[in-house]
Write a protein that binds this ligand. Sequence first.
Ligand code: ZN
Length: 289
Amino acid sequence: MKLIRFGSPDHEKPGVLLDDGRSIDVSGFGSDYDERFFGGDGLERLAAWVIVNAAMAPTVNASVRLGPCIARPSKIVCVGLNYTDHAKESGMPIPAEPILFFKSTSSIVGPNDDVVIPRDSKKTDWEVELAIIIGKKAQYVSEADAMVHVAGYALHNDYSEREWQLERGGQWVKGKSCDTFAPLGPFLATADEIPDPHSLPLWLKVNGVTRQNSNTAQMIFGVPKLVSYISQFMTLLPGDVISTGTPPGVGLGLKPEPVFLKPGDVVELGIAGLGESRQVARAFTGVAC
Ligand code: ZN
């Protein structure tokens, strides 16, 4: 099953992308894709509801904006330097155990929303990543049991402000958490649709030029390890997101000079089985509130 959310920002409705390509409004099911949904066997109940109601459910027009594929989770846990070549291009050692950092949940946006280059940013950068969505609460989970806790997967672009991440001291969170820095989707594919999350081609282009082109097979730490590892330090709640790290080809690592986003740049990315997304970069023009 593929879950979508659609409509205007902060007013999204839940939907399902059917195998025949039609998207349906599942508001009649009565639940957004949030912690209570995932933690209350929502996927199983929704699948049963769809079988009965899909034919009568309203169709979602293809022109309607897609929102993030899940409601705002309790946390986004990110994994740093989880591809060997990306660690090398970043000038960092290969990690002996997963590097973890947080990304604010207020950074989540729809998959095709604009990415806003933050005020005074000089080094806004891209990172295509496989995101894990937690389905069942996970605390001190073993690797052998970890996959039971996974609801599914989604495409994520872990946008990063490199100066704020790396040159301003403190933790990476400062460069990871700006508004629009976490486009999530187009859809959540349930785990049964992705039998092997460790063999997925993933790519990213900027202005039509391929910058990242790899495979999740290159990840240092795989999905069971990450779920188990993180659950030793914190309780993962239903709906939480783990972003599994990015392959080489980020702007920071380009030779002879790093390349960062400027207004008007078009970023396109995808993962096999998880769809594609597209963001246009624009300058911050809003008023702080
Ligand atoms: Zn990342």
